[in-house]
Design a binder for this molecule. Sequence first.
Ligand SMILES: Nc1ncnc2c1ncn2[C@@H]1O[C@H](COP(=O)(O)OP(=O)(O)OP(=O)(O)O)[C@@H](O)[C@H]1O
Ligand SMILES: [Mg+2]
Length: 266
Amino acid sequence: MTAALAVRGATKRFGAVLALDHVDLEVHPGEVLALLGDNGAGKSTLIKCISGVTRLDSGEIEIGGLPVTLSSPAVARAHGIETVYQDLALFDNLDPAANFYAGREHAGPAWLPRPLRVLRRQTMQHATTDVLDRLQVTLPDATANVGLMSGGQRQVIAVARAAAFASNVVILDEPTAALGVRESRRVLDLILRLRSEGHAVIVISHAMDHVTEVADRAMVMRRGRVVGEEIPSPESQGRIVALIVGSAYDADPPHQRTSPHGSNTV
Ligand SMILES: Nc1ncnc2c1ncn2[C@@H]1O[C@H](COP(=O)(O)OP(=O)(O)OP(=O)(O)O)[C@@H](O)[C@H]1O
Ligand SMILES: [Mg+2]
């Protein structure tokens, strides 16, 4: 099966820091890939390159098997890649529908005659309700400004917005980091629904139990390199943690170092 997204040999340097060192990544339609690694491992840099925020120094990105140059976030979005950043970037003074379409051409310019604006507004409202229904997201009041909503509700809206526009890949940076148990549950359920709809999903997370629950595959980065891959399960958690902290890697003599696609021994 052709990967929804493939990254090959991604390399990015910030001054003396090699943030990405020949990183390869593939994610397929209907797959949830967890991107793990300690602070500074290069996770955010990698997703910023995939989201068109940062340019790679070298390496290739393919979408649906075709090479692309993701020169800006708008270009990445046009290729069906939607990213939810940790700070969400929702507009507190707008309702979910207005947030869904903020910055997108559907909203129409402000100078449109009022009847046309009302019409577009209704279309946006209906389309938003359709997406929320499809993803089985219930909000107490779907027309309230998102500033009045809880952290979990806001996160769900941001993920649903990404799902609504992503034809290829949804990228979530720490989607449950600030959430309680019940709110995390809603977001995890939503991730599982995205998967069942055939989206490719990349999730950055430090929450191992969440990773184990939703991810089909976990890829671990350390100091800009991919140091291993595991199928998340209660049994593999220890190996994954060892890869994250480096005890599976730094302790090995170089010739035994874990290959990105091989099995890992701790
Ligand atoms: N714009 C930048 N300018 C200079 N250095 C940067 C920049 N962005 C990232 N770095 C460096 O690149 C390395 C990787 O950072 P990155 O933010 O990708 O890590 P991360 O895996 O997302 O970590 P965390 O879990 O803390 O978010 C770090 O050493 C960081 O200091
Ligand atoms: Mg980060």
